[in-house]
Write a protein that binds this ligand. Structure first.
Ligand code: FES
Ligand code: FE
Length: 373
């Protein structure tokens, strides 16, 4: 073996420029975020007709709206007249319509153009044709997922199937009844790192022993670097002394009703490409959504979901929130420590993956294939 050859047990990562090059990020926006199902909003955040949220999906600003029939709809946030952004607020509620702040074209909650100053004096204008441009939307697990592709990929294969594959069967996520749960806490993290560093970190547990003292206390098998995300089907077992998935291992809440006896005292973690991570424990669910905003910056919104009873009775969720909040801070600090080194000449050809990280290589292959497509 020469000095440049790697032992067979090591495989290469992506080269450093994949994490720093704006052109790579632009390709990812086009071929990943805009072309796949992208999870944007907790449905319950839009409670009544007219509630809306503005989100960034790839290069597009998208409005997600509760329409009059009670369903959710999504539109490009662009006025069809001369292109002004219809909404500049991140979220809010309108009574019956959106009015463009430029020349006051007005669109109803279904996106149809319903009024424009002096429109009666103009030649016929098709109010549907000049309505807001609709975006494909699906609801699942209590979240809205949108896709900007003309022909979206199969939601069943890419999203539902991905979760089923990681959990062993598709139906098992239903046991947590995510759509009936309530957000007990939401924390938004502004991470100064490329989105792939965050995914790669989430996919391996080689780092757990080094940076996650509280997590490895609750899940002792993580201390030996076991690849939690890859071998997730079995669920990681709580330590013998541990009573609940809390920062100090003290008792949590009653297990959610659908969770099976053999899933009690276990932790499951799932990555749904491109931007969602889900953690399932007996009494709550931790749901991460990433919003990559630049090659070196990613906003991560993390929801802690509990049964309605737990949240409405005002029970203290802080010990269970604190455990994964610390994990998040530890993980994101590691990603931020890695980001500046991606432009170093030491990383020009990338680094290496040890055997318990080899499945990250499949993510790299998947990504490079998408970017070349
Ligand atoms: Fe919106 Fe003119 S750009 S009304
Ligand atoms: Fe971690």
């Amino acid at each position: 073996m020469t000095t440049t050859e790697k032992p067979a047990s090591l495989i290469s990562t992506l080269p450093g420029h994949y994490y720093t090059d704006p052109q790579v990020f632009a390709l990812e926006q086009a071929h990943v975020f805009e072309d796949m199902w992208f999870c944007v909003v907790r449905s319950g955040d839009l409670p009544t007709p007219g509630s809306f949220k503005k989100v960034q999906v790839g290069r597009e600003s998208v409005l997600v709206v509760r329409s009059r029939d009670g369903g959710l709809r999504a539109f490009l946030n662009v006025c069809r007249h001369r292109g002004a952004q219809i909404c500049t607020e991140d979220s809010g509620a309108v009574k019956r319509a959106f009015q463009c702040p430029y020349h006051a074209w007005t669109y109803d909650l279904e996106g149809k153009l319903i009024a424009a100053p002096n429109l009666t004096k103009m030649p016929d204008i098709d109010r549907v044709e000049y309505g807001l441009v609709p975006v494909h939307l699906r609801e699942w697990l209590g979240y809205a997922w949108v896709c900007l592709a003309k022909e979206p990929p199969s939601f069943e294969d890419d999203v539902v199937g991905a979760i089923g594959e990681r959990l062993g069967d598709v139906e098992s996520i239903d046991r947590w009844e995510l759509d009936s749960l309530t957000v007990g806490r939401r924390i938004t993290y502004d991470v100064k790192a490329n989105w792939k560093l965050i995914i790669e970190n989430f996919m391996e547990c080689y780092h757990c022993a080094t940076i996650h003292p509280e997590l490895t206390e609750v899940l002792p098998e993580f201390a030996d670097g076991y690849a939690a995300q890859f071998f997730v089907g079995h669920g990681a077992e709580f330590g013998e002394e541990v009573q609940g998935f809390t920062v100090d291992g003290t008792e949590g809440f009653d297990k959610l009703p659908g969770v099976a006896e053999d899933q009690d005292r276990r932790y499951y973690a799932i990555t749904v490409r491109p931007t969602v991570f889900v953690n399932l424990v007996p009494d709550h669910v931790i749901f991460h959504r990433m919003f990559p905003v630049a090659e070196d910056r990613t906003i991560v919104e993390c929801d802690w979901l509990y049964s309605r009873d737990v949240v409405e009775s005002g029970r203290d969720v802080s010990r269970s929130v604190e455990l994964f909040h610390r994990v998040n801070e530890q993980d994101f600090a590691a990603c931020e420590r890695t980001q500046p080194a991606m432009s170093s000449r030491a990383y020009a050809n990338g680094g290496v993956l040890v055997p318990s990280e080899h499945h990250i290589g499949a993510f790299h292959e998947w990504l490079t294939q998408r970017l070349s497509g």
